[in-house]
Design a protein around this ligand. Structure first.
Ligand SMILES: C[S@@+](CC[C@H](N)C(=O)[O-])C[C@H]1O[C@@H](n2cnc3c(N)ncnc32)[C@H](O)[C@@H]1O
Length: 276
């Protein structure tokens, strides 16, 4: 009789006592994660994002649902929500739900695409100290029912989390900031959304030339977005070098190229989802 097994890919292994069929490591992990997902997944068609971890997140969900729906009920034990309102609108804007009536929220698509619950789009362009969490900015925009007819002002805009999140949601905004580097990063985050693909196409040797030009104070570019982008990547590179010896192996050039590639990847991901 054929041996029944949960696993598809078994391998024969000889032990001291007998020869057994063992599942492959990958198969065990796959089956285990399927089981695990079944156990922890909320049972409902509108459910919490896995990034909802704290009681504060629960309060924030409550706050944004006040702005997004007519009436709602949160079941915190089962991690599900019931609401009345425009489901497409909720799905496109909400920051704390993974599924809205069985379809992934746009925020969930960001999280999946960028593999991070906050560092999506160009929010992670530069490690500016004192940044807001984009998810909180989104929640407040939702709570205040702001839309494309509103105008958001952040008078202490820092590196522009508020203005970037507003742009991602299609809402005009103004940021005021006293630090020149903050202004530059904030502008850049939004300008990158509108950059042409061919303008961000640089070879390794182009990047090495650019790095040399910056170090020799000879860097210039007609495209002001590219001009600022390369400077910001350079500042980030130098800053990382100052802080730790961890990057010595890669070298300044390696790190500069790596940081450029990261931004280019973000650009590609955001372009892929730009229609949404
Ligand atoms: C906590 S950060 C702001 C974070 C930002 N709102 C965001 O969206 O990520 C506070 C910012 O206020 C700026 N700031 C402080 N005093 C200021 C002033 N008088 N005018 C403009 N900006 C100021 C600081 O330089 C700092 O970048």
């Amino acid at each position: 009789m054929k041996e029944q097994t949960l696993f598809h890919d078994t391998k024969k292994q000889i032990t001291l006592f007998n020869t057994y069929n063992y599942a492959s490591y990958e198969d065990i992990i796959q089956q285990y994660s399927k089981e695990f997902r079944n156990l922890i997944k909320p049972k409902g068609d509108t459910c919490f994002g896995f990034w909802m971890q704290t009681l504060a997140d629960l309060e924030l969900l409550d706050l944004e649902l006040q702005g997004l729906t007519k009436i709602y009920y949160i079941d915190p034990i089962n991690k599900i929500v019931d609401f009345e309102g425009d489901d497409d609108y909720v799905r496109n804007r909400v920051a704390h739900l993974e599924l809205v009536l069985n379809k992934p929220s746009l925020y969930c698509e960001f999280v999946d695409e960028f593999d991070d619950t906050n560092a999506y789009a160009f929010h992670n362009l530069y490690p500016y100290k004192g940044k807001f969490y984009p998810r909180i900015v989104r929640t407040l925009i939702n709570a205040f029912k702001l839309d494309s007819n509103s105008l958001i002002l952040d008078p202490f805009n820092g590196s522009g989390t508020t203005t970037h999140e507003a742009s991602l949601m299609g809402i005009p905004s103004i940021g005021i900031e006293i630090t020149p580097i903050g202004v530059m990063i904030a502008e850049l985050k939004n300008e990158l959304l509108f950059l042409n693909e061919k303008d961000i196409d640089f070879s390794y040797s182009d990047l090495i030339e650019i790095l040399n030009a910056i170090e020799n104070k000879k860097w210039e570019d007609k495209n002001s977005t590219i001009y600022k982008l390369m400077l910001i990547i350079y500042f980030d590179t130098v800053d990382a070098f100052q802080r730790t010896s961890r990057y010595e192996k890669k070298g300044k050039t390696g790190l500069f190229i790596e940081k450029f590639q990261y931004i280019k990847d973000c650009y590609k991901k955001i372009k892929k989802n730009s229609r949404k």
